[in-house]
Design a binder for this molecule. Structure first.
Ligand code: SF4
Length: 128
């Protein structure tokens, strides 16, 4: 869930400004440099424009989902809290619903799979 993009790519807008994430694209304040002046690594580190180990986020350390969520998306955190270290309450609630459903689904299909059967989900039945 967390910030895979910040580990692999940079985003460059039409003016040549560089961003750590497409969700920050063209928000001048969040630019981490430009193709003309290079990347401002001090800003990247100071403002946390990179994914950290989830245990480095104080608010995530005691969360039951920390190893599933990994501390969530930096952009979503900034959009809601103006801080890349502080989780978005909205995203945390969404993650809670998401992971609860995934775990319940896994628990319900695990015996079927373990018995060597195909759960054979019928999408038409689920959607009707
Ligand atoms: S759900 Fe929220 S508090 Fe929990 S690990 Fe993810 S961002 Fe952190």
């Amino acid at each position: 869930m967390a910030a895979l993009q910040q580990k692999k790519v940079f985003i460059i807008d039409i003016k040549g400004d560089i961003y750590s994430c497409s969700c920050h694209n063209s928000t001048d304040k969040l630019s981490i440099g430009s193709i003309y002046e290079g990347i401002d690594y001090n800003k990247v580190i100071k403002e946390g424009h990179y994914p950290k180990n989830v245990n480095e986020y104080n608010d995530c350390r005691n969360c039951w989902m920390k190893y599933l969520c990994s501390g969530s998306c930096i952009a979503f955190k900034w959009i809601e809290t103006k801080n890349t270290d502080t989780p978005s309450a909205y995203i945390c609630k969404m993650n809670d619903a998401y992971w609860n459903c995934i775990i319940k689904l896994y628990i319900s299909v695990y015996p079927i799979i373990k018995a060597g059967n195909n759960p054979n989900f019928n999408i038409r039945k689920i959607n009707s």
